[in-house]
Design a protein around this ligand. Structure first.
Ligand code: FES
Ligand code: FE2
Length: 435
């Protein structure tokens, strides 16, 4: 159906949303235009294109794009489309090195690494026509704006809007903390990327990232198995401790702070630290590497910043403590792909990276013990909302009690549904063209 602004506004109330935001393909298409067509969206990390000519093809919303490293080291982002007849320059979602230029596989038009037209065979045939290689129409189109924050490359399809720094606002500190955990202040994607297909709308994933009320219920099988195993072993190694955390009682989750910022972003206070600096050998070695680089006080402050999931709405979820970025790519109204990038902290001991890989394997990968629990309930939400059994999705928990803090809001209780309400506040603003 065609939506008027009033009809869109009516879908989001202060304490609930209409279920069609998850199920209507027409709304999904509007989201591609009004959210993904405007917001800064994470494309990839600069380390994915380290050498001149490297490219990484991915998606922003429903658009195929290419991130590439130019001869002057600039990172460019262009649409994956040849201006001749529209062929994709490189296969969708591929990566590699194109050399000094892109060459279309159809009629061999070539393009510089910034998308500018380079050459077309048999140039004589264009004499007397409007063909002009200098005109942008004959080059690959670049995205309107591209900016990088500490190596994390974002692009916006809108020519105007907030700067990337302003857009990230309160969650910039999560990217800072992940990078600061490297003694060199830099991170790089390493070890491949897990891809998990989710049979549910993309927004469900964002809501679940700070949904503390589900952990104890949905993950009962994995945390109870971890506890059984620990009993047998007579100890609780980190691998089991990570799964055990979901079984904390409600009183534990109630104490956590949930911070929410403009544009739907937010972060959640950490559930656990990987290990004590004094007693855990990996944490100790990591700490010492940071002390050598920054001094003791700063090293303590960096590792003391304990955050669980951060939400960059529309892009995905960095996790600073286990140095990963779960990138969320909407596919259709009821399917979403999550790509899990794990980062190496440059200059940190190898064991820290191995611990990050272990976390991704255990918690996020297709063979994870935990992720299938979530996938099941996401899909059940999708299927339940497709029935005629009711029209509204509740976000009532602690509604009306959220407290204002500089640059955002904080929950009065860690089980609050503030993050969901905040996401839909931004969703409505995007969909009405207000941000
Ligand atoms: S479609 Fe690319 S050169 Fe013809
Ligand atoms: Fe979960």
């Amino acid at each position: 159906m065609q939506y008027t602004n009033q009809q869109i506004a009516d879908l989001v109330r202060d304490d609930c949303v209409h279920k069609s935001v998850y199920t209507d393909p027409d709304l999904f298409q509007l989201e591609m235009e009004r959210i993904y067509g405007h917001a800064w969206i994470y494309v990839g990390h600069e380390s994915q294109v380290p050498k001149v000519g490297d490219f990484y093809a991915t998606r922003i919303g429903d658009q195929d794009v290419i991130m590439t490293r130019d001869a002057d080291q600039t990172v460019n982002v262009m649409y994956n489309r040849c201006p001749h007849k529209g062929a994709q320059l490189v296969p969708a979602e591929s990566e590699g090195n194109t050399g000094r230029f892109f060459r279309c596989p159809y009629h061999a038009w070539t393009f510089q690494l910034n998308g500018a037209h380079l050459a077309a065979p048999m140039r004589a045939g264009f004499e007397g026509t409007n063909f002009d290689p200098k005109k942008p129409n004959f080059g690959m189109r670049r995205l309107a704006r591209v900016e990088s924050y500490r190596g994390f490359v974002f692009a916006s399809q809108a020519a105007s809007g907030p700067t990337l720094t302003d857009f990230l606002g309160g969650v910039r500190s999560s990217i800072d903390n992940m990078c600061d955990r490297s003694p060199e202040g830099e991170v790089e994607v390493a070890g491949g990327i897990f891809k998990v297909l989710q049979p549910s709308n993309w927004k469900v994933f964002y809501e679940n990232l700070h949904d503390t009320m589900h952990a104890r219920v949905t993950h009962e099988s994995s945390y109870s198995s971890a506890r059984e195993q620990a009993k047998i072993l007579g100890e609780m190694p980190l691998e089991l401790h990570i799964m055990d955390g979901n079984g904390e009682p409600y009183t534990f989750w109630e104490k956590l702070a949930l911070c929410a910022f403009d544009y739907g972003h937010g972060y959640m206070e950490g559930i656990f630290n990987p290990g004590a600096i004094e007693t855990d050998p990996v944490s100790h070695a990591h700490f010492e590497s940071l002390v050598a680089a920054y001094g003791r006080e700063k090293a303590l402050a960096i590792l003391g910043e304990n955050r669980h999931n951060t939400i960059i709405y529309g892009s995905g979820s960095p996790h600073t403590v286990f140095q990963q970025f779960r990138v969320i790519r909407p596919l259709t109204v009821n399917s979403t792909r999550v790509e899990i990038q794990v980062f190496k902290l440059k200059g940190a001991p190898d064991e820290v990276f191995k611990r990050g890989l272990m976390y991704a394997n255990l918690i996020n990968s297709p063979s994870s013990n935990v992720m299938p629990d979530d996938l099941e309930v996401y899909n059940r939400c999708q299927l339940g909302n497709e029935t005629n059994g009711g029209d509204w999705v509740s976000q009532h928990r602690y509604a009306g009690t959220d407290k204002t803090i500089p640059g955002g809001m904080v929950s009065v209780n860690g089980t609050s549904e503030l993050p969901m309400r905040n996401q839909f506040r931004a969703w409505k603003q995007y969909m009405l063209g207000q941000i």
